[in-house]
Ligand binder design. Structure first.
Ligand SMILES: [Mg+2]
Ligand SMILES: [Zn+2]
Length: 179
């Protein structure tokens, strides 16, 4: 059996983007996110976070800090009845200062390595799935598979294979109407 998924960007999409924040008390959910994620889960979508975290390569925080942040994020969501199926992150950045992570990788969006890893691990059918983010690069997978893309950036327009929305709730309503 194959699964359908919503691939969610993290910063600026489900939580407020606070520039390389890594302290769990900085977590602030964006409007409509808790309710929207519940609806997507109830409609049978796996919820998969796919996030670039170059702060690791830049030396702003460690990979352990990042893991602790994600653990806190998932437990805050679980307290509110939202269950995330997996988190994929890219700690790399070619011009970073931490040698181990200052590499050219195939996961930093707009590269699509994290999407393929998630699809492999969770048996996901791209043609039934959506990528949701606040930037076009969060939807790069939509240009090489049948995955559909939603960018929440305050514009209402259709550009290439990607649809733009005002806010998270509008995006969720759109996906649920299509599903
Ligand atoms: Mg973002
Ligand atoms: Zn990477």
């Amino acid at each position: 059996m194959t699964n359908k998924a919503v691939f969610l960007d993290r910063d600026g999409t489900i939580i407020k983007d606070k520039h390389y924040a890594f302290m769990p008390d900085s977590i602030e959910f964006l409007p409509g996110v808790i309710d929207g994620l519940k609806k997507l889960h109830d409609a049978g979508f796996l919820l998969i976070i796919i996030t670039n975290q170059s702060g690791v390569a830049r030396g702003y925080f460690t990979e352990d800090d990042l893991k602790a942040f994600h653990k806190a994020l998932l437990s805050r969501l679980a307290e509110r009845g939202v269950f995330i199926d997996a988190v994929y992150y890219c700690p790399h950045y070619i011009n970073g200062t931490v040698k181990k992570y200052a590499v050219e990788c195939n996961c930093r969006k707009p590269k699509t390595g994290m999407f393929y890893a998630a699809a492999d691990d969770h048996n996901i059918d791209f043609s039934l799935s959506y990528a949701v983010g606040d930037s076009d690069r969060d939807c790069s997978i939509c240009h090489e598979t049948q995955c559909r893309g939603c960018v929440i950036d305050g514009n209402n327009q259709i550009k290439d294979a990607v649809i733009h929305f005002e806010n998270f709730s509008q995006c969720v309503d759109y996906i649920l109407n299509k599903a």
